[in-house]
Design a binder for this molecule. Structure first.
Ligand code: CCH
Length: 289
């Protein structure tokens, strides 16, 4: 085999499954966080690593893990993601052969699957880049904006309206933190389970401006414990976005299918898979729990 002749370790699917299992076990063990899971912040790390992609210049994207370096790690949008990177440090120490770039995406996939989401195919092959590859600030979305901004930012990555709405369903997970983004609270009542609740709440709840000193955000009329960002509300005030919100609210199976496809596309933006890397996507097995 290649590894015997060259002495270079060539990881196989079973090796990536070991990394997956390690992350899944850590997610089980370290439940001292937010709503009991680091899962949501791992998903956000993988998204912010990928969402810097610019299709015109081919810069940014998950191939590089440049958020390790200060300029990018310190971008306002990345506040708090050091928590996710630190969570993965012992995994990187145990499996030093995996690049940070591949590890962060594998962790995002693991978190989605372990939080009962759809199966996401995984392809390794990302290379870490150095500090010079850090992207400029401002490539990730600004939550205080509306539909035009969303189409601008996600269009730059190569996504259409349907894909923007499908990706946004990730806000079923996790919460906002006043010491990170300034916003506060979760979007759904089950922030550690992948569901289509985000779309249902967008349509079925009544949303009012929250009366507080923080940045402008919405709160639900019924419980006053849930939140929506201005960008979330743009998905129902814009007619073209709203038809997809309605479809995903009605059909969780359709959401799972479209979410799996679009998150795979997001995680692979700008990744130059070549013949020497494993081209066939692998399915990593969720732990039974
Ligand atoms: Fe998001 N997101 N996101 N988001 N996001 C925040 C938290 C999460 C925007 C703004 C915010 C996506 C799209 C958008 C997650 C996944 C995705 C927060 C709170 C803000 C603000 C951060 C904090 O305070 O900790 C905006 C604007 C957009 C525009 O579309 C997409 C796409 C994804 C993934 C596919 C997840 C998960 C979280 C929860 C993180 C946590 O720590 O709980």
């Amino acid at each position: 085999s290649a590894s015997e002749t060259t002495g270079v370790f060539v990881p196989k699917q079973e090796d990536y499954q070991k990394v997956y299992n390690e992350i899944a076990a850590l997610l089980q063990d370290k439940d001292d966080y937010d709503d009991g899971s680091y899962g949501p912040v791992l998903v956000r790390l993988a998204w912010h690593a990928s969402g810097t992609y610019d299709k015109e210049t081919g810069t940014g994207g998950s191939n590089g893990a440049t958020m390790r370096f200060q300029p990018e790690g310190d971008h306002g949008a990345n506040a708090g993601l050091v928590t996710a990177r630190d969570f993965l440090a012992p995994v990187k120490a145990k499996f030093p052969w995996i690049t940070y770039s591949d590890l962060w995406i594998l962790a995002g996939i693991c978190a989605i699957q372990e939080m009962q989401g759809p199966t996401i195919p995984y392809r390794p092959g990302r290379m870490d880049k150095d500090i010079a590859a850090c992207t400029p600030d401002g490539r990730l979305p600004d939550a205080s904006q509306g539909n035009k901004h969303l189409r601008g930012i996600f269009g730059r990555m190569g996504f259409n309206d349907q894909e923007i709405v499908a990706l946004s369903g990730a806000h079923a997970l996790g919460r906002c933190h006043t010491d990170r983004s300034g916003f506060d609270g979760p979007w759904t009542f089950s922030p550690t389970v992948v569901t289509n609740e985000y779309y249902k709440l967008l349509l079925n709840e009544k949303w009012n401006w929250k009366k507080w000193n923080g940045p402008k955000q919405y709160e639900d009329k019924t419980s006053k414990t849930l939140m929506m960002l201005p960008t979330d509300m743009a998905l129902v005030s814009d007619k073209a976005f709203k038809q997809w919100v309605e479809k995903y609210a009605k059909d969780e199976g359709l959401f799972f299918k479209d979410f799996a496809a679009v998150i795979t596309k997001l995680f692979e933006l700008g990744v130059p898979f070549d013949e020497t890397t494993q081209q066939t996507p692998m399915t990593l097995k969720p732990t039974a729990n």
